[in-house]
Design a protein around this ligand. Structure first.
Ligand code: 6GU
Length: 233
C-alpha cells in the first residue's frame, strides 16, 4: 500500500518510522511518503495561507499549493488506481475500526493535513476529480491541525495491512473488532502485591476460559461503553 501525507509540519510524522510501521516500510509492505506542502509554493516566503474572503477570524490555506501537490501525488503510473484522498477534519465523518478496515483495502491513500481555519473549499472539489474524497474526524473535539489525527489513522490502517502485525490472531481479539471491548489480560506472577490472577485463567479449561473472557467483554462494554450495545440483546 502507498500512503502520501502532505503537511506543513512533516517532522510530526517522524514517529511513524518506529516500531511495526517502521518495519513495514523497510520490508516494502508499506510505502509511506511524507511531503512538505511548502515544496509546492513558488514565492519567496513559501506562503500557504491568506485571509478569508468575507472576513472572519484566522487564516485559510491557499488553494494553489494544494492543487499542485494533489496533481503530482495522484498521478499514478498509467492505469494506476485512483487514490482515496482523505482530509482530516472535525467536520468530517467519525473514524471507526470499520473505517480503518475499509481504507486498509485501498492501494493508494493521500492525506492532506489542514491547519489554521481550514483549506479553501475549492480544493475539495478539485480533489474529487482525482480520486475519492473523504473528510474524516477522530471524534468530537478540536485539534490544532490534522497531523495528530492522521498519525492515528495511519497507525490504525497500517496495522491492518496483511504482514504488518506478525501474529494475525492478535488482530482478531482486540477491542472493537467484534463490537465489544477487549477482555482483561494478566501475566506472571500469579500473585502480585496480594492481588491474585482470576483462578479460572490458571485452570487449563480452555472452554471455561473463553466463556469467562466473553462475559468480561460484555460486562466491561456495558459499564464503560453502553452506546456500543444499544440495540443488542
Ligand atoms: Cl481529523 N482534525 C482536527 N483539526 N481536529 C479534530 C479532528 C481532526 N478530529 C477530531 N478533532
Amino acid at each position: 500500500m502507498r500512503i502520501d501525507v502532505v503537511s506543513i509540519f512533516p517532522s510530526y510524522f517522524d514517529g511513524l518510522t518506529l516500531s511495526l510501521l517502521g518495519k513495514a516500510q523497510s520490508t516494502g509492505i508499506l510505502d509511506l511518503r511524507i511531503h512538505d506542502l511548502r515544496d509546492w509554493t513558488h514565492d519567496r516566503h513559501r506562503t500557504v495561507d491568506d485571509t478569508p474572503y468575507g472576513g472572519g477570524a484566522g487564516m485559510v490555506m491557499k488553494p494553489e499549493p494544494w492543487g499542485l501537490a494533489l496533481d503530482q501525488l495522484a498521478a499514478g503510473a498509467d492505469g494506476g488506481p485512483r487514490p482515496t484522498i482523505i482530509f482530516p477534519s472535525p467536520a468530517g465523518e467519525v473514524f471507526h475500526q470499520s473505517t480503518a478496515r475499509e481504507l486498509a483495502d485501498r492501494e493508494h491513500l493521500i492525506f492532506g493535513c489542514g491547519r489554521y481555519e481550514g483549506i479553501d473549499e475549492r480544493v475539495f472539489e478539485e480533489a474529487a476529480e482525482l480520486g475519492e474524497v473523504r473528510l474524516i474526524s477522530l471524534g468530537d473535539y478540536v485539534l490544532n491541525g490534522g497531523e495528530v489525527a492522521v498519525m492515528a489513522m495511519v497507525e490504525a490502517i497500517g496495522r491492518l495491512i496483511p504482514g504488518v502485525v506478525g501474529n494475525p490472531e492478535s488482530l482478531v481479539e482486540e477491542s472493537h473488532e467484534d463490537g465489544l471491548l477487549e477482555y482483561p489480560s494478566y501475566t506472571k506472577p500469579s500473585v502480585w502485591r496480594d492481588r491474585e490472577v482470576p483462578p479460572i485463567l490458571l485452570s487449563g479449561n480452555h472452554g471455561a476460559i473463553a466463556a469467562w473472557r466473553r462475559e468480561q467483554q460484555v460486562e466491561r462494554t456495558r459499564r464503560r461503553r453502553p452506546d456500543l450495545l444499544a440495540g443488542e440483546d
